[in-house]
Design a protein around this ligand. Structure first.
Ligand code: NAD
Length: 453
């Protein structure tokens, strides 16, 4: 195991030089990261294919291009973001200068997850650099090929005095978490999030936690069911369902359920040319542990579509389970795979009650033409984000903060929100030493006269 105290110590020294606070360093590192993605696109696509059987288009859209867009935005707006804000003043401070100065925390630790291993390590890195931090990146060991490649590329393109990749699994991460960081940005499941939070608590280190959960879908009656099925199954089957904001389960009436299942059947055939097992467009489950976990969910309810597996390849076909009940296994934890349970409800009120009985989800999807029903969900439930009449899309919009709430996470990022996530907002008041007579009233002795009594 590497000497983490030494690595963090060296990086802290680099932070103390002040170089990462300069506009030049931040801009240059963001440009280098852009160059890394431009020049290594093919290598990244190949590694994503090896790790997740991720199709080239998914690799470009959800990983490489998405990070490049965020980078381009950060490069364009960096000088604006770095400027101190000038808050409004009241009479007491009319002669003073007030400002909110964004300053880096110092040395950040970014712990990434395996499902979008480029996006989930490099998007936080953009925020860390833009805000002027040094950064240690711990990619997920489960996306092994990407983890190795990231180490190689970061070594080649970035300033290694200030930005370093540390690879390893649970043992290494446990050791790394003993070090003192100034901020920890963790993406992954909420069991490990508690371990991260506990380690952070020892040093009172602030954390951003990007977690998961069961993201519900409500499908109303009277909607264009073929379009709903397409948008729903796109969100469910991309990356073979291993997406933190994938629609986890559907609630609708029994009549809507029948109609939806028929359309989902058509859509899956269209997406994968009638054969998901041989389609280049369809992914695989990351490892055996996750394969067994998702496979165990196939025991719930009545499988009406799919349910086919190939253990050797870690293949699970897009699967729909109907008439699911709250007590079924598939409803006990996040599916994080291509299995879609449908749970019939009487109406939207019952769906809302069910959502509110559980932990706050990372995402929520409502398919309806009825604004009153949409508003009811928006007013009466809570979640990290919402897309109405589609799935996943809100996470790709840079002007919307991305993050969870409660069990689905703490803090948010993407676009300018990443800069904010990695910045401390320091309040500054500057005043002159002149005209101190104005302050006479505040100094003792306190007399009634001073209160105007
Ligand atoms: P994972 O297994 O890759 O773990 C995430 C990170 O935690 C890895 O870097 C890993 O090395 C580290 N880790 C694992 N066990 C540890 C331990 N005992 N101590 C210290 N560190 C440890 O990823 P995962 O947790 O399987 O990811 C899936 C979960 O993450 C799902 O719940 C998903 O919804 C969520 N997720 C959330 C987002 C988001 O942006 N909100 C994105 C992706 C995934």
């Amino acid at each position: 195991m590497a000497d983490y105290s030494k690595i963090v110590g060296e990086i802290r020294q680099a932070f103390r030089t002040g170089k990462t606070k300069t506009y030049q360093w931040r801009r240059e590192q963001l440009l280098q990261l852009y160059k890394l993605l431009e020049e290594s696109s093919k290598e990244i696509e190949d590694a994503l294919y090896k790790d997740l059987h991720k199709h080239r288009i998914e690799a470009i859209v959800f990983e490489i291009a998405l990070v490049k867009n965020d980078l381009a935005n950060a490069i364009d707006n960096l000088s604006e973001w770095m400027k101190p804000e000038k808050p409004p003043k009241n009479l007491l401070v009319a002669m003073d200068t007030l400002m909110i100065q964004p300053e880096p925390f110092g040395v950040s630790l970014v712990i990434g997850a395996w499902n979008y291993p480029i996006q989930l390590t490099l998007l936080p890195l953009i925020g860390a650099i833009a805000a002027g931090n040094c950064c240690v990146i711990k990619p997920s060991e489960l996306a092994h090929n990407i983890a190795i490649l990231l180490e190689k590329l970061i070594n080649k393109y970035m300033d290694n005095e200030s930005i370093r990749v540390v690879n390893g699994g649970v043992q290494e991460t446990t050791a790394l978490l003993k070090e003192r960081f100034d901020q920890i940005f963790y993406t992954g499941n909420n069991v490990v999030a508690k371990i991260v939070m506990e380690a952070a608590a020892k040093h009172l280190t602030p954390v951003v936690l990007e977690l998961g959960g069961k993201s519900p879908v409500y499908v109303d009656k009277g909607v264009d069911m073929l379009t709903v099925a397409k948008r729903l199954m796109w969100g469910k089957t991309c990356n073979s369902g291993q997406t933190c904001i994938a629609p986890d389960y559907v609630m609708c009436t029994a009549e809507v359920q029948n109609e939806l299942i028929e359309k989902i059947r058509i859509v899956i055939d269209q997406f994968y040319d009638g054969n998901t097992a041989t389609s280049e467009c369809y992914g695989r489950i990351i490892n055996d542990r996750h394969f067994q976990r998702v496979k165990s969910m196939l025991k719930s309810g009545d499988i009406v579509i799919g349910g086919n597996i190939n253990e050797e390849e870690r293949y699970i076909s897009p699967t729909v389970i109907k008439d699911v009940k709250p007590i079924d296994t598939v409803m006990q934890s996040e599916v994080f795979g291509p299995v879609l349970p449908i749970m019939p409800v009487m109406n939207e009120d019952q769906a809302i009650d069910y959502i509110n009985d559980g932990e706050k989800p990372l995402a929520m999807y409502i398919f309806s033409n009825n604004n009153k029903i949409v508003d009811k969900f928006l007013q009466q439930t809570s979640s990290g984000g919402v897309t109405v009449n589609d799935t996943v899309i809100h996470a790709g919009v840079m002007t919307l903060p991305f993050g969870g709430v409660g069990h689905s996470g703490t803090g948010s990022y993407h676009g300018k929100y990443s800069f904010d996530a990695f910045s401390h907002k320091r309040s500054v008041l500057k005043r002159s030493l002149a005209m101190d007579f104005i302050n006479a009233v505040r100094y003792p002795p306190y007399t009634d006269r001073k209160l105007g009594v």
